[in-house]
Design a binder for this molecule. Sequence first.
Ligand code: DX5
Ligand code: ZN
Length: 216
Amino acid sequence: MKPIVAPSLLAANFGNLQADIDMLNQSECDWIHIDIMDGVFVPNISFGFPVLKFVAQLSNKPLDVHLMVVQPEKFINEVKALGAYCMNVHMEACPHLHRVVQQIKDAGMKAGVTLNPSTPVMMLKDIIRDVDIVMLMSVNPGFGGQKFIEHSVEKVRELRDLIDQTDSSALIEVDGGVNCETGKRLVEAGADVLVAGSSVFKAPCPQVEIAALKNL
Ligand code: DX5
Ligand code: ZN
């Protein structure tokens, strides 16, 4: 199975988002990954809903929305209004994760739960059957262009085992420092979805890089 490839708009040219979205629309990418930051859960701020409204209008690919914010449940209606395909919330930001997952699904979106690099896979044990996607952060969230944390490959293997043992149908997504080299090892370990920011947008030809990730 070819991986689902989700380029992260965080690494796009914010001075001309339309050009980069047009490029993604014409590429082999499957989803567009959208990083929302609040300067509280993570030490950075990216873009908010007024900008994303136009991104959603321009994109013909499903939007994979990653909320790096405290209390992400406050924004379920806004993410739904974008027409998002899935909404990823951080386990570390949700004391009542089970409720939030149900609310996202009730809103008609796929529910994703994201784990920071320091959060163990075993924390998913009692939620794994309820989620559509588990996203493992392979960098500390907040910034693009960081170095891939090697331990993430082992975490993908552990998560694949947990999913197989529990008959969960969750997809495994990995975000941070993904390029063709790390991506190949992640796919071999059992990853289904690769998020890639810098490796796509800093490539001489982003569409060629997307095709290469797709064919790992
Ligand atoms: C990091 C974001 C990522 C980021 C990945 O906080 O969640 O989606 O855009 O960027 P790269 O691929 O450059 O590590
Ligand atoms: Zn992300």
